[in-house]
Write a protein that binds this ligand. Structure first.
Ligand SMILES: Nc1ncnc2c1ncn2[C@@H]1O[C@H](COP(=O)(O)OP(=O)(O)O)[C@@H](O)[C@H]1O
Ligand SMILES: [Mg+2]
Length: 212
């Protein structure tokens, strides 16, 4: 299954989600490869940190983007693709072969607008071809429930059209940031934390068949 994690804006959490989801899927016994198609190469860097830290299993990260569509379709297990607007050609190639596109959206109006524009690009890219499942969710949500931005962003996403909007949000939490700096998944860093519970719920919403 090819899952593309994408949207137009940087800093929305694509690499954080790809890294933690890849390790979660491996934890569930799934064969996983990832593709890092963002010139920033955050995912490649974090996989390298993971190796240097001696954490196991490692996360397989490919960076090649020539003949991308063929390569993505070649893997039998779970394929996660981290791609941003800095490489539009790769983004479009990945979208053409994707079974699912996951779109992390920080709770702000510019991010909702960018998501709307991204959906337009998806449609132009598919050009009538069958649409992959499109899933958006609020990432970096405020932990204070009194702050309304995340609810508002979720409501706005619900009005954008052919999009499944998860109610399972990820909050803005230091532990998620630390997963990237330490090369460890949230389950390795803080197994019994609120963050791990949040990520587990998010992942199960995406892969209900892998619930224990
Ligand atoms: N839910 C979150 N809580 C806290 N920090 C986050 C969260 N999601 C992303 N970040 C942090 O925000 C920064 C940008 O995230 P990243 O995953 O690199 O975004 P992208 O790949 O979309 O550019 C990183 O420092 C990352 O650790
Ligand atoms: Mg990134």
């Amino acid at each position: 299954m090819i899952t593309v994690i994408a949207n137009l804006k940087g800093g929305s959490g694509k690499s954080t989600v790809t890294f933690n989801l890849g390790l979660w899927l491996q934890m569930k016994g799934q064969p996983v490869v990832t593709y890092d198609l963002d010139p920033q190469e955050t995912l490649s860097d974090v996989a390298q940190v993971r190796i240097e830290e001696g954490a196991t299993p490692p996360l397989q990260v490919y960076t090649a983007d020539d003949q991308l569509e063929e390569k993505l379709c070649y893997h039998p297990g779970q394929v996660l693709v981290d791609v941003g607007a800095a490489n539009m050609q790769a983004m479009k190639a990945a979208i053409r072969v994707a079974n699912r596109v996951i779109i992390p959206v920080p709770p702000s109006q510019p991010d909702v607008w960018a998501t709307q524009r991204f959906l337009k690009i998806v449609d132009e890219t598919l050009n009538g071809k069958e649409r992959p499942e499109l899933v958006a969710f609020v990432n970096r949500a405020d932990t204070h429930t009194a702050i309304r931005e995340s609810d508002e962003a979720e409501e706005a996403l619900n009005m954008l059209g052919p999009l499944r909007v998860l109610t399972e949000r990820l909050c803005q939490r230091t532990m998620f940031r630390r997963t990237l700096s330490e090369g460890m998944s949230i389950f390795e860093l803080a197994r019994r934390s609120k963050s791990a519970e949040e990520f587990e719920n998010f992942a199960i919403a995406l892969y209900p068949e892998l619930a224990k």
